[in-house]
Design a protein around this ligand. Structure first.
Ligand SMILES: *Cc1c(COP(=O)(O)O)cnc(C)c1O
Ligand SMILES: [Zn+2]
Length: 430
């Protein structure tokens, strides 16, 4: 089952690529290479594996026109993704709006701010991108069952994409997850297993199960491919800015994979000739104070990340022992970005600020990102002369608990004109 298919799949419908340009998997620590397979750690040093592409071959075929002629989804960038299979497992993830946020910018004393609104994905979070890639690869490898360890959003995405692809699924989540995220996973009909414990406990169990069952664990044994899906956020940002890159991006951090891959995505665009100038994008990370192991390491100038026990309303970011934490820290340092760790109150305030100024309702992770943007702006780390993109990665309807009791009716009155007029000052009604 585990052998990589080098040949062609079905006739191209949505794209011309018949096979991926991934040549091998490479260890991010020691550089040793491996054949393409459902493996994720180096046998020599246990470092994480990463897809290694033939960029010369990609450069020879890729162009802005070829991408523009592709589908309005992540699959328009198929040349830079690790999948042979066509059609892919596709619910239409990606190509989400990039919205100019002038009102938000004015409130924060910033200049040019954009919101990459990933709440509009098929299951309303950026996890649809990584899942679409991971499960496409899983089918290519011949897996019949999909699985994941999730802080919530990945569970939604894996359950939905599995249903669409006709795969059985087992998704594992912490039992204290928001009710909204359990329901929006279970509705797709797969197995949902709620674990008494936090995400790190869930993840540990899943690592054991991944060794016992022939399942495609999207963030364990096929994580190498899963992670590549996050690059599409950088690709889209550049394309939507007219093939230019932002000066500064603010990215929420759970395992640290998303942040690391957004940076890689900008670099790859230059590598294959789609950008005129070498990108210099400052990358800043957003964490909740109740789970801020990477932000703490940055603040303390440390090279090692000390695991923590999460306690925050931002459950989708509550990974106390982040697998890619070191790489995220390194990316932020190398690009001269920053980190912030924000309180639960600031998270709620961030959700409300984005909703009030831009009409975009984000989940708690989005509140973390906006509150971080505010803190970094106040500290002068994000500057008014920069073009800034903030990544809003999940929809507010998934975490209604966070704002329940904080927002509600402006007035509750009897159905009479008198009652209405008693509730408002005349000048407020003009
Ligand atoms: C998973 C997730 C992230 C960050 O994911 P990484 O593990 O750091 O790649 C950000 N926002 C939301 C809403 C998520 O669900
Ligand atoms: Zn290695």
């Amino acid at each position: 089952m585990a052998s990589a298919k080098k040949g062609c799949e079905t006739t191209p419908e949505t794209r011309e690529t018949e096979m991926t340009y991934v040549e091998s998997l490479r260890c991010r620590e020691c550089g040793r290479t491996y054949d393409v397979a459902p493996i994720y750690t180096c046998k020599w040093c246990f470092g994480p594996l990463e897809c290694a592409y033939n960029y010369d071959a990609i450069r020879a075929v890729i162009s802005r026109e070829r991408i523009a002629a592709g589908p309005p989804s992540i699959w328009r960038y198929a040349d830079l993704l690790p999948v042979d299979r066509n059609p892919a497992v596709d619910l239409g993830a990606g190509f989400t709006p990039l919205v100019r946020a002038d009102r938000l910018a004015a409130e924060l004393g910033l200049g040019e701010v954009w919101i990459k609104n990933d709440t509009t994905n098929p299951t309303n979070s950026f996890k649809d991108r990584v899942t679409s890639v991971a499960l496409s690869k899983a089918l290519e490898f011949g897996f019949k069952v999909a699985a994941c360890a999730s802080t919530g959003n990945l569970a939604n995405a894996v359950a939905a994409h599995s249903a669409h692809a006709g795969l059985r699924s087992f998704v594992f989540v912490p039992a204290n997850l928001e009710a909204g995220k359990i329901i929006t996973t279970a509705v797709y009909g797969g197995n949902v297993i709620a674990i008494d414990g936090n995400y790190d406990d869930v993840n540990r169990l899943c690592a054991e199960l991944a060794g016992m069952y022939p399942w495609a664990f999207v963030n364990v044994n096929v994580r190498t491919y899963y992670a590549e899906g996050s690059k599409t956020l950088a690709f889209e940002t550049a394309e939507q800015l007219g093939w230019q890159v932002p000066d500064h991006v603010v990215v929420p951090v759970a395992s640290g994979s998303l942040l690391t891959k957004i940076r890689k995505g900008f670099d790859e665009l230059y590598e294959v000739g789609l950008l005129d100038e070498k990108p210099e994008v400052r990358v800043s990370g957003a964490q909740a104070l109740g789970c801020s192991p990477v932000a703490s390491a940055w603040e303390g100038g440390l090279d090692t990340i000390k695991p923590v026990k999460p306690d925050t309303i931002a459950k989708s970011l509550a990974i106390g022992n982040p697998a890619d934490g070191y790489f995220a820290l390194d990316a932020v340092r190398q690009t001269n970005g920053g980190f912030a760790a924000v309180t639960d109150d600031e998270i709620v305030e961030g959700i409300r600020l984005l909703a009030r100024t831009e009409g975009i309702f984000a989940e708690t992770a989005g509140g973390v990102t906006i509150a971080t943007l505010a803190q970094l702006a106040a500290k002068g780390i994000v500057r008014a002369d920069e073009r800034v993109v903030a990544y809003i990665t999940g929809h507010g309807l998934k975490t209604l608990d966070a704002v329940q009791g904080v927002v509600g009716p402006t007035a509750t009155i009897a159905s009479t004109l008198d009652a209405f007029h008693a509730a408002f000052n005349p000048e407020d009604l003009a």
